[in-house]
Design a protein. Structure first.
Length: 169
């Protein structure tokens, strides 16, 4: 049984087996969570991401997929990079958002991770409405069979924390 916990704070300050990065498809860093993880984790993460781009992901990591690298200087063993979808009012992309959580847990299981910290994927510059993102994230984690013992949602501000807390019940 996976325990789900909520924490308000900075995901780069968390201690867990794996931290999930809301990456962009290039895997080469960016803004928001992605930039913060690359900055705090140091050059080892970027080096592994460059190797992934040069081998398996020449066109970038597809939306909804996940891949792991070292965590560099972060207090974790791995960073699991996943590319969330950009929110659209005209197209239902919720399946892609759910896939980010499912695929990240699949990678965590392959690695043997027991604690995984997630951000609220796609809620920043990708503009996913926070309440809906919380619903999708929590439903997907609850419905996914995994050996991960603790899933921790690390939420950056009060608005995100309150949205997830309301859905956690």
């Amino acid at each position: 049984m996976t325990t789900i916990t909520l924490v308000k704070g900075d995901i780069t300050r968390q201690s867990a087996d794996a931290l999930v990065n809301a990456a962009n498809s290039s895997l080469l860093g960016g803004g928001g969570v992605d930039g913060a993880i690359h900055r705090r984790g140091g050059p080892a993460i970027l080096e592994e991401c460059r190797r992934l781009r040069a081998s398996r992901y020449g066109k970038g990591l597809p939306t909804g997929q996940a891949v792991a690298t070292t965590a560099g200087e972060l207090d974790a063993r791995w960073v699991i990079h996943t590319v969330g979808p950009v929110h659209s009012d005209s197209e239902d992309r919720s399946g892609l958002l759910a896939s980010c959580y499912r695929e990240s847990l699949r990678v965590a299981d392959e690695l043997g991770a027991r604690t995984v910290a997630f951000p609220a994927i796609s809620t920043g510059v990708y503009r996913w409405p926070m309440d809906d993102a919380a619903r999708i994230a929590l439903e997907t984690v609850r419905e996914t069979t995994t050996a991960v013992e603790e899933v921790r949602f690390v939420l950056f501000d009060d608005r995100a924390y309150e949205a997830f807390a309301a859905r956690l019940g």
